[in-house]
Design a protein. Structure first.
Length: 236
C-alpha cells in the first residue's frame, strides 16, 4: 500500500495516536513537517490518503502553505482519496470544500463530551456507540459544513464537532489523536493561554490531567472507531 500523507502544522501537534493506529495495522505513512519548511506536495502520486493535524494558526491567516494545502485537499476529494482532519485539519477541509471558518462562540480547552447528531450518517464511523462520548478540545475557531457534508457530532459549546463527506472523508473539530505525552506538552506550552481565558469551556491543566489514563482509554476507543472506518477507503 502507498503511504498515508500526514501534514503537521506545529511541532508539538504531531499525529500521536493516529500513527500508532496505522503502525498497528501495517499501514505506511509519511510525515510532511510544514512547521519545519517541508513543501506541501502538489501531486497525489503514491499517496493512499491524507491526514491533517492541528495547529495554533488560523486557516484564514496569510501563510504560504495554506493555499497549496487547500488545493491538495480538493484534489484528493476529487480523486476519492480519503482525507481526515483533526481540529485545524478539519477547518482546512471545511474551507477547501466550500465552508467557512470563524470564531466559535466559546473557546474550548480540555475534555468535553461529544454527541451524535445524525445516527444514520454516524453509524458507519461510530457503529451504535452510546453517547455522549468524551473527546479532547483545544480551539477558538470552528467551521461551517461544506456543501454535501453531513454533521455527525456536536458538543455543548460547539455545534460542528465532526462532518463526513462521500462515505470516506471526515473533518473533526475535536482531537481524538491525543496521547498522555501530547496532553502534557500542550498543557505546558498552553498554560498562559489557559490562564488568560475566562471561557466556561476552558479547563485548568490540573483538571485536564486528572484521571488521564481512563480518559485516554475512552478517547482511543472513539479514535479506533473513526480510524477503522477511514482506512477502509485507502487506495491499495
Amino acid at each position: 500500500m502507498d503511504p498515508v500523507l500526514i501534514l503537521r502544522h506545529f511541532p508539538i501537534e504531531g499525529p500521536g495516536y493516529f500513527t500508532a493506529f496505522l503502525d498497528r495495522h501495517g499501514i505506511p505513512w509519511q510525515l510532511v513537517r510544514i512547521d519545519a519548511g517541508d513543501a506541501v506536495p502538489d501531486k497525489l502520486n503514491g499517496i493512499s490518503g491524507i491526514c491533517l493535524m492541528g495547529g495554533p494558526m488560523s486557516v484564514n491567516d496569510d501563510l504560504p502553505s495554506i493555499p497549496p494545502e487547500l488545493a491538495l485537499i480538493r484534489q484528493a476529494v476529487a480523486a476519492a482519496i480519503p482525507v481526515i482532519g483533526h481540529c485545524l485539519g478539519g477547518q482546512m477541509m471545511a474551507k477547501a470544500l466550500g465552508g467557512t471558518v470563524g470564531a466559535n462562540p466559546v473557546k474550548e480547552i480540555g475534555w468535553a463530551d461529544v454527541r451524535i447528531t445524525d445516527a444514520d450518517a454516524a453509524r458507519p464511523w461510530l457503529g451504535d456507540a452510546a453517547t455522549p462520548m468524551p473527546a479532547f478540545h483545544w480551539h477558538g475557531e470552528t467551521f461551517t459544513l461544506p456543501p454535501g457534508a453531513t454533521r455527525i457530532l456536536e458538543s455543548a459549546y460547539c455545534a460542528n464537532q465532526a462532518f463526513v463527506l462521500d462515505d470516506r472523508h471526515i473533518g473533526m473539530q475535536c482531537h481524538v489523536e491525543m496521547t498522555p505525552e501530547l496532553i502534557a506538552s500542550w498543557c505546558e506550552h498552553g498554560a498562559d493561554e489557559i490562564a488568560a481565558s475566562d471561557s466556561p469551556g476552558v479547563q485548568s491543566p490540573a483538571d485536564i490531567q486528572t484521571d488521564l489514563p481512563a480518559r485516554i482509554a475512552q478517547l482511543h476507543q472513539l479514535a479506533d472507531k473513526i480510524y477503522s472506518r477511514w482506512i477502509q477507503g485507502l487506495r491499495k
